[in-house]
Design a binder for this molecule. Structure first.
Ligand code: ARG
Length: 582
């Protein structure tokens, strides 16, 4: 299905072309936008002002000419078309037309969205913690924003590769291997198990030894060489470390309902020498201070000096930059990605801008064929406005944060649902606690910092997960009350008449339009805001329009049912689950 915006844009473009044949193809393109103020209309065409200069006519006269040129079809589908101010054309769609539109949307599994003709391959690089370190609050954003983007493209029919670009390679493994050989041989022998927290404590101790003991330091460095040259014993310990970490991460991913394919930095390791060689052959490499660098025009450090990507250090080692260059090449040529999306904090935006630019210079990336995006995000702040910390001042572990959210949700539910069984409370608390945390994050503009507050995210009013879930639960309640099943609705038709019905109708029909914007700017709060307004409009409709026993009962039930579909689908794209009662 086309969106209403596309539909109206098409008609207005036709009108302009027929009325002003002197204009070029691109000049005829109509500029239609959703009308932010409902009282003026549903959509507006803003082309008259631009065209007035081109055709040397007064803008209101241009607007009138455009209206005269609009196909008859629109005269029928619109309740009114009028000129406002200096020449805006306001279009209010008719009840009939909107009702028909909803009817079509109701039977469309895509709810009005369309799937690109060619199946898109989308690579999303997200979450990506560093092995032997626990996931902390900073990984929350990458994980849930990344997952949400995957869900968006999956809904739109793409082939999505969800990549966990784990930090599973580097000098820290030397320390850890040296430490484990010396202090925990039983674990290495397989006689004793270990979990991620234990691994982290070893990591901390190994770092201490490394800093304080030159002999240990030497051994650690030798271990790095052993590992990198493929020594089987070292490789085995490395695998053990990765496995222990992954098991720890899995618990969190499961709780967050996020799936990922592990493809860490180590995966690209075999390609690195070839990557450096190719970049050298292409003449992109400059040696600076003994290191092999790529200088990309336009990137400078704070002192105004040119900023390089360092693809080989002076000691011959490779870096984060080298791996990301290898990953770019692999994703473009082996994965044949149409779009590559990398989700990390804003701090890495320069790094990725440089990686993208260098990939273009290398002739790998042609931006007309492959779209690349670094999806940056701000910090999670505590009530004090500083980086979120635990009460003792430590970095908050993500698992503790999630479990506390579930706990707090349980308290809220116990109060709200005194009659519910402990099992139901426990199950709902898990859904609602996680939903609340995810929604608080996704509903804030991702490029900005936001303040984490359980109290605020677990409110029933305002732009919260609970507000949306409650609207969803309420609709199910209405359905239960009026009909045991909605199957009676099969032969009913939408017929929106009341102002609150029309307002809800037009908003419902915009679902696909919002997804299109979301695909463009990759900002989840677009969808969150949309759903929030949807719930508000539904509540207004429910307040103003009686359903049960009214002559309009069936049409109104349909409207409620479609709202539930869109809410559920929207929440699913955000990665939120629903409950049946609360
Ligand atoms: N492990 C990195 C970090 O924690 C994030 C990796 C992001 N992806 C990438 N291709 N560099 O900062």
């Amino acid at each position: 299905m086309r969106t209403l915006l596309e539909y109206l844009q098409g008609l207005a473009t036709q009108a302009i072309a027929s009325q002003f044949p002197v204009l070029s193809e691109s000049e005829r393109e109509a500029d239609v936008a959703f009308c932010a103020q409902e009282e003026f209309g549903h959509y507006q065409c803003n082309s008259a002002l631009r065209l007035s200069k081109l055709v040397q006519m007064n803008p209101r006269a241009v607007a009138q000419k455009i209206i005269d040129g609009l196909p008859l079809e629109l005269q029928k589908n619109a309740a009114s078309i009028s000129i406002a101010g200096p020449g805006f054309i306001n279009i209010t769609l008719s009840s009939n037309f909107l009702s028909e539109q909803l009817q079509k949307m109701f039977i469309d599994p895509m709810l009005g969205a369309s799937i690109p003709q060619k199946k898109q391959k989308i690579v999303v690089d997200f979450s990506a913690p560093n092995i032997a370190k626990e996931l902390h609050v900073g990984h929350l954003r990458s994980t849930i924003i990344g997952d949400c983007l995957c869900r968006l493209f999956e809904f739109l029919g793409a082939d999505v590769l969800r990549l966990n670009h784990l930090g599973d390679w580097g000098t820290q493994f030397g320390m850890l291997i040296a430490y484990m050989k010396q202090f925990v041989p039983a674990v290495l022998a397989g006689d004793q198990a270990a979990d991620l927290s234990t691994l982290m404590s070893w990591y901390r101790s190994s770092k201490k030894h490394f800093d304080e003991n030159p002999e240990f330091q030497k051994r650690a460095q030798l271990e790095v060489v052993q590992l990198q040259s493929g020594n089987p014993a070292s490789r085995k310990i490395w695998e053990l470390i990765c496995n222990i970490s992954s098991q720890g991460y899995e618990e969190i991913y499961k709780l967050l309902d996020v799936t990922l394919e592990s493809r860490g930095e180590s995966f690209y390791n075999p390609f690195l020498p070839g990557i450096v060689e190719e970049l050298e052959q292409k003449g992109l490499v400059t040696v600076s201070g003994g290191a092999k660098c790529i200088f990309v025009e336009g990137f400078q450090n704070r002192e105004g000096e040119p900023l390089p990507l360092m693809i080989q250090k002076s000691d011959g080692g490779y870096s984060y930059d080298t791996t990301d260059m290898a990953a770019m090449k692999h994703r473009i040529f082996t994965e044949k990605a149409d779009r590559i999306i990398i989700v990390t904090d804003n701090g890495q935006s320069t790094h990725f801008a440089m990686i993208f630019a260098a990939a273009e210079k290398a002739g790998w990336l042609d931006k007309r064929r492959v779209e690349v995006d670094h999806v940056g995000f701000g910090l999670v702040l505590g009530a004090d406005g500083k980086k979120f910390k635990t009460r003792s001042g430590d970095t908050e572990k993500l698992i503790d944060l999630l479990l506390e959210g579930i706990d707090k949700a349980r308290e809220v539910l116990l109060e709200k649902m005194p009659g519910a069984s402990p099992e139901e409370i426990a199950a709902s608390a898990k859904v609602i606690g996680i939903d609340a945390i995810k929604y608080a994050d996704l509903s804030s503009l991702r490029t900005k910092d936001y303040t984490f507050s359980y109290e605020r995210m677990l409110r029933f009013d305002g732009n919260t997960a609970l507000f949306l879930l409650y609207a969803y639960v309420r609709i199910n309640g209405i359905k239960r009350k009026v009909h045991d099943s909605v199957s009676v609705l099969q032969n009913s038709r939408f017929d929106v008449q009341h102002a609150s019905e029309i307002s809800l109708a037009i908003h419902l029909r915009r679902f696909a339009e919002i997804l299109q914007m979301f695909v463009r700017d990759l900002c989840p709060n677009r969808l969150a805001d949309y759903l929030y307004v949807l719930a508000e409009k539904f509540n207004a409709f429910y307040r103003d329009c009686r359903i049960e026993g009214a002559p309009e009962q069936n049409s109104r039930l349909l409207l409620a049912e479609l709202t539930a579909h869109v809410l559920k689908q929207g929440l699913e794209i955000l990665g939120l689950q629903t409950v049946e009662r609360m």
